[in-house]
Design a protein around this ligand. Structure first.
Ligand SMILES: O=C(O)C(=O)C[C@]1(C(=O)O)C=C[C@@H](O)C=C1
Length: 257
């Protein structure tokens, strides 16, 4: 299959490595410097090269802020039968775009990345496939993700954004709150060190990625839940109420069972 990957960032390079043994792969990135590290694939710097290549599948691995923009840039150079796909962390705007783009589409979300996952062993990781996608496109990604031993879950676009607001925005916001008040420790404890590791991982992410995940329209209501929990905890601490604290901790334990 002829596959075009948009974006030679971390995820684009990951898909390129993964697919280049079994498929004819090309990578397009308008930032020519980033193509220096692209191997076993054609490196496209000009849009006209895409037209000549005639890809059958496009995997858009651009930074989430530019997902729609990069689709729009390449669309005029694709055959109508070409399946277009994205791996964006937030799907806002994509259902509307796909509905009018005139191409079969498939949308997925690998729930891992180079910061924390070991890309050579993904057997404990997850991937989401959006149910509205084209049948063949979904079969392609289901097969690819199964071969990586990923746990695969299927959600609609709406379910995806609701779930992601919960599973990414809560840890992101909680980490930002922690990192926002932390100071250098000369003798940190193990819990502190673990939090610090997560905070450093998150802060090494692209600002666009962090922002777009937090800009998910479902995020504010999740952050309000954190605020409610903190307000309740603060109140219990100030009152030094052992019974209320016991009840609070029991409730939290129930949540993480
Ligand atoms: O491990 C990483 O590199 C990630 O950025 C993964 C992570 C996460 O923080 O959990 C971040 C964004 C993705 O859309 C999915 C998962």
């Amino acid at each position: 299959m002829k596959i075009l990957i948009l974006g030679a960032g971390k995820m684009g390079s990951f898909f390129c490595d993964l697919l280049s043994f079994d498929h004819e792969v090309a990578v397009y990135d308008p930032d020519h410097q980033r193509l220096r590290f692209t191997f076993n694939a054609l490196r496209f710097k000009e849009l006209s090269e895409i037209e000549e290549f005639e890809p059958q599948l496009v995997i858009n691995a651009s930074t989430v802020k530019y997902t729609l923009q990069s689709f729009e840039a390449v669309l005029p150079y694709l055959k109508p039968s070409c399946i277009i796909s994205d791996i964006a962390s937030v799907k806002t705007g994509l259902p509307e775009f796909y509905a009018t783009c005139g191409h079969p589409f498939v949308s997925t979300h690998p729930m891992f990345g180079p910061t924390f996952a070991s890309l050579s062993n993904l057997s404990n990781e997850n991937a989401i496939i959006i149910s509205e996608g084209d049948h063949l496109g979904k079969v392609f990604f289901r097969d690819l993700y199964s071969r990586l031993h990923l746990n695969i879950v299927e959600y609609t676009f709406t379910e995806h954004d609701e779930t992601i607001a919960y599973s990414l925005s809560i840890p992101f916001a909680a980490t930002l709150a922690f990192a926002g008040v932390m100071k250098h420790q000369e003798a940190p404890g193990t819990t502190f060190k673990r939090h610090m590791q997560i905070a450093r991982g998150l802060m090494s992410e692209d600002d666009f990625l962090v922002s777009e995940i937090l800009f998910n329209p479902n995020t504010p209501q999740q952050i309000e839940k954190i605020q409610q929990q903190m307000a309740e905890l603060l109140d219990i601490i100030k009152r030094r109420d052992s019974n209320d604290m016991k009840a609070f901790l029991a409730r939290v334990r129930e949540h993480i069972r």
